[in-house]
Design a protein around this ligand. Structure first.
Ligand code: ADP
Ligand code: MG
Ligand code: MG
Length: 924
C-alpha cells in the first residue's frame, strides 16, 4: 500500500509548511502511521482510501496547522487558506462538482479529529456549502425537494449550534413547533414546504441570536468551520479531559473536509455504525445499527429507533455484502476489531470512519484469543491488548449494568477493593457473624476497622468505612481476602448507638438490616440489593489461555501474600509460584489464642529479665521462677499452635517456597487499648480488680509515642528473644512433620525491619542455633534459609553489608514508602495524602504505585549493592506494590526475581509481568 502514497514533499504549498494531505480517486497522501499529524480520523480515512475502499474525496488539515494557528494568535498561518482553496479545487475535479456552484454543488462535512478522540472537540458539521442558490441546484439534480430542504435545515441547525454558538434548544423548539402545527411526530413526516418554512425560521433564530445574517458564501462557511474546529481544541471540556487523562495540550487537532454523501435520499439510502465483532462479548459477528433515509448523527442521536445491522442483509443485500466484506478486510488490515461508520447513498456504500473498537474486559480477552487462533495477531500482540485492570475485572462479581444505572446512589468513597457486594447493613463484627450464622448476607459498615473486626470482615459480603485510605486496615484486609470494599466514605455519618448511617451528600439514611450494594471498583454505594453477574477463574478458559501465554513471556515469578492454607490454595489455583509473605502475627490473634498471647506479653519483660539473670549464673527467687514458668507455658502452647498453622501452609504450598515473616508489630497491639483500660479501671474506682490494675500498668509501660518507629520487627525479637525462637522452632518442626508425610516444604525465614547489619547478624545467630537444634533433635534435615525484609531506608543503603547475612531480600515497600517520605501511612491516607494527589503535589498515591524517583531509587540501590555482595541473592517485593501493574514494570526493570501480591491479584500480576518484559524489550 505504501507504494502509492505520495512523498510528503510532493504536494505544492503556499504556506511555509505543508499543512494539507488529501485523498480521493483510489489513493491518499497520508496513511495510518500518521496519526500524530493527521489525527485518528484523518489517518483512518487515508488508510481506507489507500486500501481502495470507497471513501468520498477530501483532505485533512494537519494538527501542526492547529498549533501554528494558536502560535500566530488565532490566525490561519500565512498561505494556508490558499492551500485550502487548492485542495477544494482538487476535490471539485475528483467529484465533478463545484463548491458554491448552483448547477452542480459540492457539499462537504467539516470534522475535527485529534490523535485521541476526546470529549469537547467540535461536533461535525454536515452539508456545508449550502445556500439558497446551491440548494436549488441540489434539488434540480436530485429531483427531490424534500431531501434538499431537509439538508438545508440540518445545515443551518448544525452550523448555527456548532460554529455560531446558538442555543440548540431554540432550533429544537422551532422544529417541534413545526411538527406540532402539522400534527406529525416523525421528522420524516415533514414535507418540503414545511422544511422550507423551518429553514426560514432557523435563519431568523440565527439572526436574532448572533446579530448577523447566516453566512451564505460557502468559502466563508468553510473558513468559520475550520477555525471553530481549532478553537474547540482549547475548549474547557477538552482541556479538562486532557488534564485528567494526562494528554499533552500541544498535540493539536486536525480538520477533515470530506465530500458529502447522503444517506437521506430515500428508501435506498441510509447511515449506520458497526463493529467488526461484538464489543460486549467478543463474539465474531458484525454488530451494529443503521437507519434508512437518515443522515449522520441520526443513529446515535436516537431520533428514530435504528435497525440491527443484520437486517440490512434483507433490505439492501448488495450494500450489506459489500460492507461485510470491507469490515473483514479492515479488521485484517488493522489486525484489530474496528468501529466503522458508513453511509449508503442510493445503493452506493461509502466508508466514513474506521478506528479500533472499545470493548469490555470479557470481549478483550475473547477477541485476543480468537485472533491468535485465526492468525490475525501473534501472542505477544494479544498480551499487549489486554489491560491488567480488565483481568482484575473479570475475576470480580459485577452489578447488572441496567439495574445499576437505575439504582439510587447513597454515597461515594474510595474504590478500595473491587467487586460487587450485596448484603444487609450491620454495624459491628459480632452482629455480622451472628447474622451470617443464621443465613443472612451482610455488609459490614464501620467508621473504620481494626484487627478486632476481622471476624466480621471475613464473613461479610463487603466492607464500607467512613474513614481510612486505600491502604487503611479495611482496604488492605479486604483486598487480601478478596472482598469488595468502599473505604473513606467521608460523607457518611455512622452512628453506632442508633445503628444508622446517613449520607450528607445524598441525604439517604440507612439502618441495620437495610439492603446495600457496594461497588468496590468505583467506590459507589447504592440502596437495595442489585442483581450481580459473577465470574469465576475456573470458568474462563480464554483468560487462562492468555495468562498461560503471559507465563511463557515473563521473567519475574509471581508469588502471593497469604497467611492461611485456604488463601495459599486459592492463590496457587490462580498461578502463584510461592508465598512471598506469610504474616505470623495474624496467627496470634485468632480465637482463644489472643488470651494466651496476652498472658505471655504481660510477663514477657519480667520473664526475659529473670531468664537473663539465670543465664548469668544467679539463682531465681520463687516469684521469678513462677513468672518464667507461666511465660514458658504460654510460649509452649503458642509454639504448638503455630506449628499446626505452618504445617497447613506447607502442605498447601508443597514444593514451593514460603517466606515466613517473624513477628513484626509492637506487642501492645495484642493488648487492650490504653484508653479503654484506663476508663475501665477509673470507672470501677476502688472496686477495680488487681488484674485490671496490673493490665493497665503493663499497657502503660509498653506505651510508645510512635509505635511504628518503636519496639517492633527484629528489635522486638532482640529484646524478647523467645517470641522469635518459638516461631523458628514451630517452622522447623512443621517442616519436619510435613517432610515425614512425604512432602517437600521450603521455608524462607524472614527477619523484618532490619536497619543495621548487626540486628540481622544477632537475630540470625540466635535463630540458626535454634533451627539446628530442632534438626539435630529430630534427626531430620529440612530446606530453610534466612533472609530479611528491606523496609528501612538505612537497610537499603547498606544492602551490601546486610546481604552478607541474608540469603534473600524482600522489599517491604509499604514501610519503605512510609519511612522514606516520613508519612505515617494510616494518618496520611486518611488525611492529607488524597488532597496531595488531588492538588497535584504528588502525581499518585505512593502507597499504591511505587515512587520511582525516591523509594524506587532505594530499591535500585539495594538490588545493586546486595547482588554485588552476594550474586545469588534472591530478590522479591511483598509490599502492596507487588500487585500494582505500573509498579510491576519498575520491579521488572530493576531486576527483581519475583513480585508477591494478594491471591486475587496473582492473575493481574502474571499479565503485568509479561507486559513489563515485552515493553522493556521494546525499549532496547
Ligand atoms: P464523530 O467523531 O462524532 O463520530 P464524525 O465526523 O465521524 O464525528 O461524524 C458525525 C456523523 O456524520 C457520522 O455519522 C458520520 O458518519 C457522518 N458524516 C461525517 N462526514 C460525512 C460525510 N462527508 N458524508 C456523510 N456523512 C458524514
Ligand atoms: Mg462528535
Ligand atoms: Mg465518527
Amino acid at each position: 500500500m505504501a507504494d502509492i502514497v505520495a512523498p510528503a514533499s510532493e504536494r505544492a504549498h503556499r504556506a511555509a509548511k505543508r499543512y494539507i494531505y488529501a485523498w480521493g480517486g483510489g489513493h491518499a497522501e497520508g496513511d495510518a502511521t500518521m496519526r500524530d499529524l493527521l489525527g485518528g480520523k484523518g489517518a483512518g480515512l487515508a488508510e481506507m482510501s489507500n486500501a481502495g475502499l470507497p471513501v468520498p474525496p477530501g483532505f485533512t488539515i494537519t494538527t501542526e496547522a492547529c498549533n501554528d494557528y494558536f502560535a500566530a494568535g488565532e490566525q490561519l498561518p500565512e498561505g494556508l487558506w490558499d492551500d485550502v482553496l487548492e485542495a477544494v479545487h482538487e476535490v471539485e475535479q475528483l467529484t465533478g462538482k463545484g463548491f458554491g456552484d448552483p448547477a452542480n454543488p459540492l457539499l462537504v462535512s467539516v470534522r475535527s479529529g485529534a490523535k485521541f478522540s476526546m470529549p469537547g472537540m467540535m461536533d461535525t458539521v454536515l452539508n456545508l456549502g449550502l445556500n439558497e442558490q446551491t440548494l436549488e441546484g441540489l434539488i434540480a439534480l436530485t429531483g427531490n425537494a424534500r431531501f434538499g430542504w431537509d439538508a438545508h435545515r440540518r445545515f443551518i441547525q448544525m452550523f448555527g449550534r456548532i460554529v455560531l454558538g446558538v442555543d440548540a434548544e431554540r432550533f429544537d423548539q422551532a422544529f417541534d413547533a413545526a411538527k406540532h402545527a402539522r400534527g406529525v411526530h416523525a421528522d420524516t413526516d415533514l414535507d418540503a414546504t414545511a422544511l422550507a418554512e423551518v429553514a426560514g425560521e432557523f435563519k431568523r433564530i440565527v439572526r436574532e441570536d448572533t446579530g448577523h445574517e447566516f453566512p451564505t458564501d460557502p468559502y466563508a462557511q468553510l473558513d468559520l468551520a475550520i477555525k471553530a474546529v481549532f478553537a474547540s481544541w482549547f475548549g474547557k471540556r477538552a482541556r479538562d479531559y486532557r488534564d485528567n487523562q494526562k494528554i499533552a495540550h500541544d498535540l493539536g487537532t486536525a480538520v477533515n473536509v470530506v465530500t458529502m454523501v447522503f444517506g437521506n435520499m430515500g428508501k435506498d439510502s441510509g447511515t449506520g455504525v458497526a463493529f467488526t465483532r461484538d464489543p460486549n462479548t467478543g463474539e465474531e459477528v458484525l454488530f451494529g445499527e443503521y437507519l434508512v433515509d437518515a443522515q449522520g448523527e441520526d443513529v446515535v442521536a436516537g431520533i428514530r429507533t435504528p435497525a440491527k445491522i443484520s437486517h440490512l442483509a434483507d433490505e439492501m443485500p448488495e450494500a450489506y455484502a459489500e460492507f461485510k466484506e470491507i469490515a473483514g478486510r479492515l479488521e485484517r488490515h488493522y489486525h484489530d476489531v474496528q468501529d466503522l461508520e458508513f453511509t449508503i447513498e442510493r445503493g452506493h456504500l461509502y466508508m466514513l470512519q474506521t478506528r479500533s473498537a472499545k470493548r469490555t474486559a470479557a470481549a478483550a480477552v475473547k477477541i485476543a484469543v480468537d485472533m491468535v487462533a485465526e492468525g490475525i495477531i501473534d501472542k505477544e500482540t494479544a498480551l499487549a491488548r489486554i489491560e491488567p485492570a480488565q483481568v482484575d475485572q473479570l475475576l470480580r462479581d459485577q452489578f447488572d449494568p441496567t439495574a445499576r444505572a437505575d439504582a439510587t446512589r447513597i454515597a461515594k468513597g474510595l474504590n478500595a477493593s473491587p467487586g460487587a457486594a450485596v448484603g444487609r447493613a450491620v454495624f459491628d463484627a459480632d452482629t455480622a457473624v451472628e447474622w451470617v450464622g443464621r443465613g443472612e448476607r451482610v455488609v459490614l459498615v464501620r467508621i473504620e476497622t481494626s484487627p478486632d473486626d476481622f471476624h466480621g470482615m471475613a464473613v461479610a459480603q463487603g466492607i464500607l468505612t467512613a474513614r481510612g485510605g486505600a491502604t487503611s486496615h479495611a482496604a488492605v484486609v479486604a483486598r487480601q481476602i478478596g472482598k469488595p470494599c468502599v473505604a473513606g466514605c467521608a460523607e457518611l455519618v455512622v452512628d453506632y448507638a442508633s445503628r444508622t448511617a446517613r449520607s450528607a451528600a445524598s441525604g439517604v439514611t440507612f439502618s441495620e438490616g437495610d439492603w446495600l450494594s457496594l461497588d468496590g471498583a468505583t467506590g459507589e454505594v447504592f440502596v437495595g440489593a442489585l442483581p450481580t453477574v459473577s465470574a469465576r477463574f475456573e470458568e474462563q478458559p480464554d483468560l487462562q489461555t492468555i495468562l498461560g501465554w503471559a507465563d511463557a513471556v515473563r521473567r519475574m515469578e509471581v508469588w502471593t501474600n497469604a497467611d492461611k492454607p485456604e488463601e495459599a490454595a486459592q492463590a496457587r489455583s490462580y498461578g502463584a509460584q510461592g508465598i512471598g509473605l506469610c504474616r505470623t502475627e495474624h496467627m496470634f490473634r485468632e480465637g482463644e489464642r489472643l488470651e494466651i498471647v496476652r498472658g505471655a506479653i504481660l510477663v514477657a519483660q519480667e520473664a526475659t529479665r529473670a531468664k537473663a539473670k539465670a543465664a548469668s549464673g544467679a539463682s531465681l527467687g520463687a516469684e521469678e521462677a513462677g513468672v518464667v514458668a507461666t511465660f514458658d507455658a504460654a510460649m509452649a502452647e503458642l509454639e504448638g499452635l503455630q506449628q499446626g498453622d505452618f504445617e497447613g501452609i506447607f502442605r498447601a504450598m508443597d514444593d514451593l517456597p514460603v517466606v515466613i515473616r517473624l513477628i513484626d508489630p509492637p506487642l501492645h497491639e495484642f493488648l487492650p487499648n490504653l484508653e479503654e483500660q484506663l476508663v475501665k479501671v477509673t470507672m470501677a474506682g476502688d472496686d477495680a480488680s488487681a488484674e485490671d490494675r496490673q493490665l493497665l500498668s503493663t499497657i502503660r509501660s509498653m506505651h510508645e509515642q510512635n509505635p511504628m518507629l518503636g519496639l517492633r520487627g527484629c528489635r522486638l525479637g532482640l529484646m524478647i528473644p523467645d517470641f522469635v525462637k518459638i516461631q523458628t522452632r514451630a517452622i522447623l518442626n512443621a517442616q519436619i512433620a510435613v517432610k515425614r508425610e512425604g512432602g517437600h516444604p521450603i521455608a524462607k525465614i524472614m527477619i523484618p525491619l532490619v536497619g543495621h547489619v548487626n540486628e540481622l547478624a544477632a537475630t540470625r545467630a540466635l535463630l540458626e542455633a535454634e533451627a539446628k537444634a530442632v534438626e539435630a533433635k529430630a534427626g531430620v534435615q529440612v530446606d530453610y534459609k534466612f533472609g530479611t525484609m528491606i523496609e528501612v531506608p538505612r537497610g537499603a543503603l547498606t544492602a551490601d553489608e546486610i546481604a552478607r547475612e541474608a540469603d534473600f531480600f524482600s522489599f517491604g515497600t509499604n514501610d519503605l514508602t512510609q519511612m522514606t517520605f516520613g508519612f505515617s501511612r494510616d494518618d496520611a491516607e486518611g488525611g492529607f495524602l488524597l488532597k496531595y494527589v488531588e492538588d497535584g503535589i504528588l502525581p499518585v498515591n505512593p502507597f499504591q504505585t511505587i515512587d520511582v524517583e525516591g523509594v524506587g531509587q532505594l530499591v535500585a540501590i539495594a538490588v545493586e549493592k546486595g547482588r554485588a555482595a552476594r550474586p545469588d541473592l534472591e530478590l522479591g517485593v511483598c509490599g502492596e506494590h507487588g500487585g500494582d501493574p505500573e509498579s510491576i514494570w519498575f520491579f521488572h526493570k530493576v531486576g527483581l526475581d519475583y513480585v508477591s501480591c494478594s491471591p486475587f491479584r496473582v492473575p493481574v500480576a502474571r499479565l503485568a509481568a509479561a507486559q513489563a518484559r515485552l515493553g522493556s524489550e521494546l525499549d532496547k
